[in-house]
Design a protein around this ligand. Sequence first.
Ligand SMILES: [Zn+2]
Length: 140
Amino acid sequence: MKYDTSRIETILETLVEKLPALLANELDEVNVHYLFGLHQTERSFARCCRRPVRLEVAVELNDERRCVIRGVIAHELAHALVLLGAVNPPDDWRDIEVIERHADAVAETLFGEKLFYDNRGVQCMGKGARGRRPRPEGLR
Ligand SMILES: [Zn+2]
């Protein structure tokens, strides 16, 4: 099946270019897998997995607004850098809310922009981004 992930790839490259070289180098070993079937709820566009650290991204993300692609990818890149041990870890690995808000804080610090959650609970960042922040509790 033919699909287009070009918008996601461009935005991913733009974000990685904003990182200090040491962190960008860490991400060299992180593969991005574009998947069908991941977009099962209205907010499930991507996830970061471990062993090996990798990003899984729903192909449907490519059709979203630019600020949504940017927000989702920035958040997942932050997770990846945390899992790689390239940035400070969250205070509590057992608390999903702590882990998620920590990833947002890392993303905001590294990319220098605020992360918002739109009315579906999806991250957005950059021009046109608005919504709730910090991350609403209980999002899964
Ligand atoms: Zn997350």
